[in-house]
Design a protein around this ligand. Sequence first.
Ligand code: FES
Length: 168
Amino acid sequence: MSKHRVSRRQFLNYTLTGVGGFMAAGMLMPMVRFAVDPILKASEGGDFIPTPQKVSEITAEPTRVDFKFEQQDAWYTSEVSNTAWVYKDENGEIVALSPICKHLGCVVDWNKDKANPDHFYCPCHGGLYTKDGTNVPGTPPAAPLDVYPTKEKDGFLLLGKAEPRKGA
Ligand code: FES
């Protein structure tokens, strides 16, 4: 008898290990895919979110625009509410500013501080910004308000992801 002959016990071991491994891989692959899939999916960053604001109704006076969108956070989808301060500048260009104060993240309001009319005002620590979102020196915020990229579709305003103002 050859020394390399496979015994019945070894044959069974090999076969069961092979079949077991194949079955385990078959069960694990969907689980691994489920775990990793949301991470591998293309990010939806750069998408523009529709708002209820008609472009034709935007004036030179900053107006608060509230909008909602679905946020995909790995496996969890949630509805998120957000806000922008929107107006048309002297060239008729739409400006959309984030309301999040660059000091500690409170929410700024337009024209609410009687001592500083026509400014964005942060009630938390008295932060001030001019109409274009520039932080007023001598008040706590150290940077201008973030800016939303804008688009128009079917007469309505769409907003991208707010980002720090260029050159700031
Ligand atoms: S959070 Fe706005 S001034 Fe401090």
